[in-house]
Design a protein around this ligand. Structure first.
Ligand SMILES: Cc1cn([C@H]2C[C@H](O)[C@@H](COP(=O)(O)O)O2)c(=O)[nH]c1=O
Ligand SMILES: [Mg+2]
Length: 215
């Protein structure tokens, strides 16, 4: 066997698959963690006499924008809830999310990263996001956590995210968004995006398989 043949055989073994790997980015708040539900429970505990907005009537991405319209100081009262120590750490999981992520990361030719934005008031949020990931997914996922204010700066093929409009310095971003359903995005124009309603059926699997065929 010539040197050239040996080299190519080795190359074939090392890089045997011609399938490109699919890089999937998955958001945390309202995709893996129940930000909205937890906010409402805590808000009503803290301010039982104040008006509130039931989940099915939420119509803006940022809670504060809608609460500001109720009464002038509502925005600050709402903000105190998610700025508090322990809020992010104790967010319940969106049903089936962590199981789906674990299974997704075991799919052939798929790399999964968590991609989340922090609060500007980052005192508790940053470390609590790390701890949440460690507690719910395990320590190996810490190296798969990307925290950024600008998700367009992160390279990927797919971003599963509930935010109706994601903008940043890169336009268009490298990824295609799959819109994860949340109360405030039920009626938005999908603009060609796919929707994922839940982690508890196998639709996410079909979406990922479909993207694998397209890259
Ligand atoms: C007021 C308010 C804030 N957020 C926060 C929570 C996160 O820090 C980001 C959203 O991050 P994502 O990666 O886009 O999920 O903003 C929020 O989600 N909703 C609110 O009402
Ligand atoms: Mg989100």
């Amino acid at each position: 066997m010539s040197t050239r043949t040996r080299k190519s055989t080795h190359a074939h073994r090392t890089f045997g698959s011609s399938q490109k790997r699919l890089r999937v980015l998955v958001d945390m708040d309202q995709v893996l963690c129940d930000f909205e539900g937890s906010f409402l429970v805590k808000y009503r505990e803290k301010y039982p006499e104040e008006p509130f907005i039931p989940l099915e009537e939420r119509n803006t991405f940022y809670i504060a924008d809608q609460y500001a319209k109720l009464e002038p100081d509502m925005q600050d009262k709402a903000r105190d809830i998610w700025n508090a120590e322990g809020f992010f750490l104790n967010l319940p999981e969106i049903k089936g999310g962590c199981q789906a992520l674990t299974e997704m990361s075991q799919m052939e030719d798929v790399d999964v990263f968590i991609c989340t934005s922090p609060l500007t008031f980052y005192k508790y949020c940053l470390q609590e996001k790390f701890k949440w990931v460690e507690d719910h997914l395990g320590p190996d996922w810490i190296s798969r956590l990307v925290i950024t204010k600008d998700k367009t700066m992160v390279h990927g093929d797919v971003l599963i995210d509930d935010k109706p409009r994601i903008r940043g310095v890169r336009d268009p971003p490298s990824w295609k968004q799959v819109l994860f359903t949340a109360p405030y995005n039920q009626k938005v124009d999908l603009r060609g995006r796919q929707r994922l309603n839940t982690w508890t059926d196998d639709c996410w699997r079909d979406i990922i398989e479909d993207f694998k065929k397209r890259i």
